[in-house]
Each structure stands twice: as structure tokens, then as C-alpha cells.
Design a protein around this ligand. Structure first.
Ligand SMILES: [Zn+2]
Length: 294
């Protein structure tokens, strides 16, 4: 199964693109698949003549601030989206779901939209499965979109008080809870399993049964795991790729995974006697050590 880019992967894409796409007027927009545009009939008209002044991110959503209209272009990569920038020297940077065979030739069969800047450089929005989307919103709608997201590691709202309050009176499993974007934004399957391992708590536990000490460990784990994953440009298994200077790179947090897709391997905390298990839980492959996670 493919893994959706999570907070660290989307943040990596944001950081890679930012130096290249800002403050250049967009002179043309080509839409190659209408399906990726959400809700706008005059999408291209609203973009042409504008520049991106900033790329923000909330959870797994990228938000390009448009000037002078003060509108916002939201881009969600979903499972297989990719944003790639190329200038006339065929210099390429970007990231997302990738396939080595085609990444070097832009546009390719999965290119769904192309933004052309006044210096003739281009931003390509590619998506294999057509779940990714682009959407233009005004400030009021953007605020509404933001309000649907929960607290987020790295933002001010991610503090101990807000975090512990989320755990009150819920019968849900820890796994389902951590995956809920309206509670904590940006986490997906990889990082939820890693966070539970770090905190020494089984993902199947009911959150109403967790002690304050355990919740505190989870709070610390969220911050540490997400920060470390961002530092290493996310996690690559197969499809998430980063392109810099025309070279494909991998998300290096792969080397630090303790449980995710490590089933059958010895637990690094407990030693060779105890193997990492994988079960299906909350509809997702769930990885843990039966011995050191309570
Ligand atoms: Zn263990």
C-alpha cells in the first residue's frame, strides 16, 4: 500500500520549493486534467498575473499566498501528488510521489497542471491517481479550512495544555485518535506508529485508559519524532521522492524507523528476543513491540 505524504514530507516539499517559486509573476496556467481543480470555473484567470508571495502549510495542505489578489491557492498532494519546479536550464527541484523513469521528463503523462512564470520557469503539479487537488480560496474560507485542523506539532497551539485536554472523555483507540486530523494535524500511519513506540504505548489502547504520565510521553514523542522527520526530509519507502539539482533523493527518516514496516525484525529497545509485530488495526497496518509498549 502507498503511504500518503504526512506532515514531514509535505513540509519538505514546501521548504524545497520556497526559494524558487516566490515573487515571480505567473503568465500562463495550463490545466491538463479538470478533475484536479476543485470548485473554480475561472481557475486560470484567477492565477494569471499573480505571484506567490509565500508558501504556508497546515497539516498536509500547502497554501500558496497570491499577490496582488490576496487569494490563496491550496494544494493537497493526497496519495500520489507531486510538485516539481523546472527552469529553462532543466534544473529541477520538488517532491512528492515519484517514479524515477518519468521524473526527469517534464511534463509527463501524470502532469495535471503547469504554472508558467514570467522568466519561463515552470511549476508542474503531477498526480498519478487524480486524488490530489488545487483550490483557490479567499481569506475567510481559508480560515474555515484552518479551523477544521487540530493542534499541530511545530505550531504554537501544540502545547501541553491543549494536548492533554484532547484526551478527555474519549473511548477511541490511540491509533484512530492520533490519525484524526481534527485533533492533531499532520500525522499519518508512519508517524503515529513511531510516536506510539517512542512513548512506549500500544496503538490499540483506549485513550480513556491512558495515565497522565503516558499522555505526557506521547506529547514529547509527537514533538521529537516530527521534528526529527522534518530534519531528515521525511520518509521514503518507494514513492516519496525529493528532487534537488536534478537528482532524486530519498527522505532519510527511513533510516530511523523503529517499528513502521519493521515487522519480524528485533526490537531495537528490547533486543533480539522480541520481534516487531504488525496487525491490522483501525483499518491500517499497525506496528508495535508487544514487549516494551504497554
Ligand atoms: Zn521492544
Amino acid at each position: 500500500m502507498k503511504n500518503m505524504p504526512e506532515l514531514p514530507e509535505v513540509e519538505t516539499v514546501r521548504r524545497i520549493l520556497t526559494p524558487y517559486v516566490l515573487n515571480k509573476k505567473i503568465i500562463k496556467v495550463q490545466i491538463l486534467a479538470d478533475k484536479i481543480i476543485k470548485g473554480e470555473k475561472d481557475f486560470a484567470q484567477k492565477i494569471i498575473g499573480q505571484s506567490f508571495t509565500k508558501i504556508n502549510r497546515r497539516g498536509k495542505l500547502l497554501i500558496f499566498q497570491l499577490f496582488p489578489s490576496n487569494l490563496y491557492l491550496c494544494a493537497h498532494l493526497k496519495m500520489t501528488g507531486q510538485l516539481m519546479y523546472a527552469n529553462k536550464n532543466v534544473f529541477k527541484v520538488g517532491g512528492g510521489h515519484g517514479d524515477n523513469r518519468i521524473d526527469f521528463h517534464l511534463p509527463h503523462q501524470y502532469t495535471r497542471a503547469i504554472f508558467i512564470f514570467e522568466d519561463k520557469s515552470k511549476l508542474f503539479f503531477n498526480d498519478l491517481r487524480l486524488f490530489a487537488y488545487l483550490k483557490i480560496v479567499d481569506k475567510k474560507i481559508l480560515e474555515k479550512i484552518y479551523s477544521a485542523y487540530g493542534i499541530e506539532p511545530g505550531l504554537e497551539n501544540f502545547n501541553w495544555n491543549n494536548f492533554k485536554n484532547l484526551f478527555k472523555k474519549s473511548q477511541r483507540s490511540l491509533k484512530a485518535f492520533l490519525l484524526d486530523q481534527s485533533k492533531i494535524a499532520g500525522l499519518g500511519n508512519i508517524y503515529v506508529d513511531e510516536i506510539c513506540y517512542y512513548a512506549k504505548i500500544k496503538p490499540m489502547r483506549k485513550i480513556s485508559d491512558l495515565s497522565v504520565t503516558e499522555i505526557k510521553r506521547l506529547y514529547t514523542a509527537c514533538k521529537i519524532i516530527i521534528a526529527k522527520a522534518i530534519d531528515h526530509c521525511g520518509t521514503t519507502f518507494q514513492h516519496f521522492k525529493i528532487m534537488e539539482n536534478g537528482k532524486v533523493k530519498k527522505g532519510g527518516f527511513f533510516n530511523y524507523l523503529q517499528v513502521f514496516r519493521q515487522e519480524g525484525k528485533a526490537c531495537k529497545r528490547c533486543g533480539s528476543k522480541y520481534l516487531i509485530k504488525k496487525i491490522k488495526f483501525a483499518g491500517r497496518g499497525t506496528h508495535f513491540c508487544d514487549h516494551c509498549q504497554a
